[in-house]
Every structure is written in structure tokens, then in C-alpha cells.
Design a protein around this ligand. Sequence first.
Ligand code: C2E
Ligand code: MG
Ligand code: MG
Length: 765
Amino acid sequence: MLPLLASAVIVIAGMLLMADRARRDADRARQAQVVMEHISAISERFDAITWRSLATLDDSAPQAVVAQGVQAYRDMTSALRQLRRLGVPRARIAAIERPLGATYGIGIQTTVLSRRDPAASQRMARTEFSPTLERLNAAVAAAGRQQGINARAAQRRTWLGWVGSLVVGLPMLALLAWRLHHMRRRSAVAEQARSIERRGEQHLRAVMRHSSDVVSLIDASSSVRWIAESVRGMLGYEPEELVGRHLTELVHPDEAHRVVRFLHDAAEQEGRVGRLSLRLRAADGDYRQLEAIADNRLGDTEIAGILLNLRDVTERLALEEQLRHQAFHDSLTGLANRALFEDRLTRALVRVRRHGGHAAVLFIYLDDFKTVNDSLGHGVGDGLLRTASSRLTDVLRAQDTAARLGGDEFAVLLEDLDEPGEASEVAERVRRALEVPLTMEDRRLQSSASIGIAWADRDTTAEELLGNADVAMYAAKERGKAQVARFEPVMRERVLERLNLTGELGSALENGELLLQYQPVVELDTGRISGVEALIRWEHPVRGRLAPDRFIALAESTSLIVPIGRWVLETACAQLRRWDDLGTSAGGLEMSVNVSTRQLADLGFPGDVRAVLERTAIAADRLTLEITEHVLLEDSEDMQRQLRALKEIGVRLAVDDFGTGYSALSYLQSFPIDILKIDRSFVSGIDHDREKARLVQGIVEMGRNLQLRVITEGIEEAGEAALLRDFRSEYGQGFLFSRPVDPPAIVALLAGDMPAPLILDPKAA
Ligand code: C2E
Ligand code: MG
Ligand code: MG
């Protein structure tokens, strides 16, 4: 732009100068023309003077003529000087000067001669002066013409100059104006761009200020050159505080080495260097978990530094941790889940193999969880699981891992054990902790756990170990609830058997493989059989006769217990009817039937009972339903309702296995109980064990006070029977009197063919 402007100015100025010069030339030429006309007039005056002097040749006249001639000459020469000043070419002036000089000289001579010889003078005037004057006039006229031509040419040049200036200058001016316009537009656009840029920068700055990321520029030595304002929000520093400081000053000491290496790599290597997670100290002294991405732009002249993008990943990591936790933990109890447990177990076994030491697994089953969950609802069930898991962790050591494997199954990994006894101790602690009654939604619940222990050998796999603990747990469960069992290889066979049996039990009922035996309940004082208890057996086609403890738990776990239980009830009552019809029962024989938890929870159960009694025409008060103490410990609304419904029918209710529930006895008052059956574990050996004897005596007395009938189970020895008689326990049941027997044996017993206390041989049963 500047060169164009300069050349335009020069050209136009040149043109204007030329035009101006032409104008001045023209002016001078015009002035010269005027002077020339003046000269021409003088020259004519000369002419006139001459002719007058020629005409008037007297003495007085010549003086004036001469004076006029001299004056004219002087005017002429001064006019010629003017012409010279006006720049008229010398040659043109000389063309006048010469005839003027000659004219003047001859004029003087003529004048001088006229004084002496007027005639000669007149001749001279005619012959010499006149022609000279004519030459002068001709020269003046010629010069005048020439001057006119010159003046017109100068005028033309002036015009041309102006026109030329206009012709050249105007387009240049137009061009200039156009360029200027463009320039202005360009600068407006540029200004606009700059403003957009400025706005963009503001946006960028705002984005950086409000961004969760912090962009910073550091130099090769990791000293901060610039850092975005958002650092205030992230770390609590003012940007100025950090500028000039080394980033490494803020790095957590544990990570300093790694970060220094990363920044060193970033300084060495052009472009992006990748990510690094690091902790930086915030203004409040706490460390924030960040992620850094470095981008080496040292080679970029505009940036000439390393761009470091910092992102606070504390929340992300927390979320990841949460997700990880969720993936490896049970959401209800917060304990490890199966996946995490198996992982820990595998690692523990690797350590055992490498460094020796011992590990064990406890497999824990919450005994009545299913019942609680089914009868009291999931809310209570969940509460029970949570309480159980917190109790579990309370009794474990820090290095132990507790996990919930599913529904009501838990597992514990015990590491760094010195001997198997330690595992048993922990298992015992767990069992006791899970036995403490708990209150949930104003209900008192008695929980218990069956625990299996498996001990790891050098080459046990995780799967085997967990499987063994599971098997041991089943064994514990089979021994009765709330037991601890250590794994033995033989247990595994039993588990396999259980699995097979479960499959076969489904068809046992249809195939008529189930049967009932009856065990008499005897009046201890008289030996009279007051009733019988129906006890189920399975006549297995391959395994032979199986006792209920081999399959009742299976039936309960598969819900087969409901149809089986119905069959038992029906069969027992039908049997009683038959005996009645035979006249063997003397009309007063009572029948006891065992009822499992699942059956009781079945809402149709009271209806079933009523229907069976009606069908068999048995009076309701001759039927006793035996319910294990564990069931009654779940003091639930549903249970109360079921029991009330049964009581309304008129049947009796017995608490079976009394004393094994570790219970408070309050339920004896809250449930409509008629009979208490003291578990045989209290009875065996009472004749040798005073403590035990006193306990049984206490229970008998309590039962009497509550107006309950008390039946003592499992009486095997006459001594035991005698002692119980002393305690005024009215009824007893046991091998001493009779094993459970088939119906014909009962008929014989009732007929007195076989005195009850004498039937001691099991084979006879
Ligand atoms: P339970 O109801 O306590 O029955 C008494 C158990 O003690 C019977 O075992 C009986 O044979 C046994 N017994 C009786 N006197 C003596 C004795 O002097 N010494 C010893 N060592 N044992 C004695 P059984 O028949 O094996 O039944 C075991 C359990 O199976 C029963 O305990 C009962 O809880 C359950 N059960 C039996 N039949 C049924 C049934 O039809 N339905 C349900 N749900 N459970 C049943
Ligand atoms: Mg029973
Ligand atoms: Mg019992």
C-alpha cells in the first residue's frame, strides 16, 4: 500500500508540477506577447516619429522628435529586457535588438545630419532610416508572431499538463481510493477477526476458568510458566502462586520419582507423551488424585513449552472403586462375594504352597434363614443376613476374609494358622456369635448356623477346599442344627448320596416306598401305652430302609415335604382308624405326627388337617402335631395365626426336641402349646449325671407349672426311667419301652402280648 501511495503521490505531484510549470510558461509567454505588442507599438511610434521628422524639417522640431525617438528607443530596450526576463529566447530578442540598434544609430545620424544638412538628412532618412525602421518593424512583427505562437503552444501545454495530470492522476486517485477502501475493509474485517479472537480468547479463558481440567504450560525443567485459573477450584492456589514454581514441589513424595521421569520423558519427546496418574498437594495440604497428559510443544514457536493438562480424577477413581467394590462385594452385607472370595482363596493357597503355613475355610449356613425369609418377609430376612454378617466380621481377625456366597451361605478364609485347632476355635466363636437371639421389627428371632471346616493341604485347590468345607457344613447340618463339623473324606460320599437321594425322593411317594413306623408313648408309672408317634421310613429299593434324618432335610429343601407330610398325616390317621376299628386302641390311643417348618408355613395345612380328621373320623384331640422348638423360636405373626388355626380344630400341639433351641422359654406362654417333649440329649445318662438330672427335673416342674404334659424322649435305661418317675415325669418314650415298630407290633403291644418295657431288641421292631 505504501509504495502505491508514494508512487501515486510522486506521479501526481510530478504531473501537477509540470502542469504548473506549463501554466507559468504560458503566463510568461502571454506576458511576453503583451510586451511584444508593446514593442510593436513603440516600433510604430518610431515610425510615426520618423515620418513626422521627415515631414517637419525645421529647427525647432528635430529636438522634440529626437527626444521622442530616444524615449522610444529607451522604452524599446527596457521592453526587450522585460522579454529577456520573461524567458523569451535570446535569438528572438537579438532579432529585434539588431534592427533596433541600427535604427537608433541611423536615427541619431539623421538627426545630427539634419542640423547640418536637412536635405541630406531627409535623404538619409528616406534611403537608410526608413528601410532600417521597416526591418525593425518586420523583426518586431515576426517576433510578435513567433511569440504568439509560443504563447499559444505554452497555453496548450498548460492544458495538456492539466488534462494529463487529470488523466493520469484521477485513475491513480481512483485506484488509491479503491485500495484505501479495501484497506479499510480489510482492517475492519481484521478488527472483526481480532474481536472474534478476543471474544474467543475470553471464551477460552472462561472455559479454562470453569473447566474441571487445568491447562498449564511448563518449561523443559517443569517450572510452571502459565496455568489456567481453574487451578483455583482444583487445588485452591491462585495461578500466580504457581507460576515460576516447579510442579514437582507439589507431587506426593511417594510418586515424585515417577512424576520426574514422566516430565523428563515429556521434555525429551516431541508431541503427546501419554497419561500419568499422580497426587498433587492442594493449598489445604490434602492431596488430590489427578491425571496428567503432557504434550511437548517446545518446537512450536507460538507455545514453546510443554502443555500439561491436569484432571481431577478423585471422583472417577471413587466411582471405579465403587464399581470394583460392587463387582467383588455383596451389596446387601458389604462382605466379599464369591468371585472375590475365590480369588483371595487362590492367592492364599499359592502362599501356602510357596511359604508353608496353613489356611482353612469355614462354610457357614444360616440354619433357618429360609423359613424366616418365607414367613416373615424379605425385609426381616435381609435384616437377619446383615446382622449375621456383622456378627461374623466382629469375631474374625483382621487377616480373615468373610464372604457371602449366596442366599444363606457364608464363607470365611482363615490364613496364617498354626494348627487345625485354631480353625475350630474360630468356627466355634462364629457359631456362638450367630446364636445370640436378635430382635427385628419387634420380633425376637433365634438364628443359628451350621459350620463346616476344611483345612488346606499343600496341594488342595481353591475349588476343592471350598467344596470340602461345604460338605462338612452339610454334615454339621445333618447332625442337627447349630453344629460345627470338620471335613473328613467320607463326608463327600454322603454328599453324593444326598444328591442322588434328592432325585430319587421325588418318586418315592408314588412308588409306595415310604412307610410309617410307630413308637409308643408310655405312662411311666404304669407302663400303659397312651399313644404312638408316627415316624417315617423310606424303603429304598437299593439302599434298604432309610431313617428320616437321611431324607427329611432333603424333602424340606425341595418342598417335597409338603406332599410327604400330607401323606404321613393321612396314613397315621388312617392307621389309627384301623386300630380303632379293630378295637385294639380301646378308643383312647393318641397319635403324634411330626410336622416340619415348611409344612407349617403352608397356608393350606390347617385345612388339610381338618379334612384328614374328618375323612378318618378321628377326634381332633387324639391328634398331636409335633413341631420342633426351632420353629417356635420364630415368633412371627403368621406362625401364631397358623397355630391358632390348628388349635381351633382342636388338635394338640407338642414342642419336639425341647431344650435344643437354646431358647428363652417365653414362647411357651405365647404359643398355645399342650405338650413338651424333652430331647433325648437331656435324658441319656441322667442317672449318672446330677447336673443333667437336676436340669431335667427343673424342666419337668416348669412344664407341670405351665400345665403342659411332659414327655421325655430317648429313655434307654431302666435307671433313667426310674429317675424320671421320681421326678414325677408322667410320660416317656424310648428304646427301653419300644423302638419304632410296624403297626402289627403296636397291635401286639397294645394287646399286652409284648409287654412294652421288654421289647428291647431292635431286630424285633
Ligand atoms: P423325633 O420326632 O424326635 O423322633 C424321635 C426320634 O428318636 C426317632 O428317630 C426315634 O427312633 C428316636 N428314638 C426314640 N427313642 C430313642 C432312644 O431310646 N434312643 C435313641 N437313640 N433314639 C430314640 P427317627 O425315627 O430316626 O426320627 C428322627 C427324626 O425325624 C424325628 O425326631 C423327627 O424329627 C423326624 N421325623 C420322623 N418322621 C417324620 C415325619 O413323618 N415327618 C417329619 N417332618 N419329620 C419326621
Ligand atoms: Mg417327634
Ligand atoms: Mg424329638
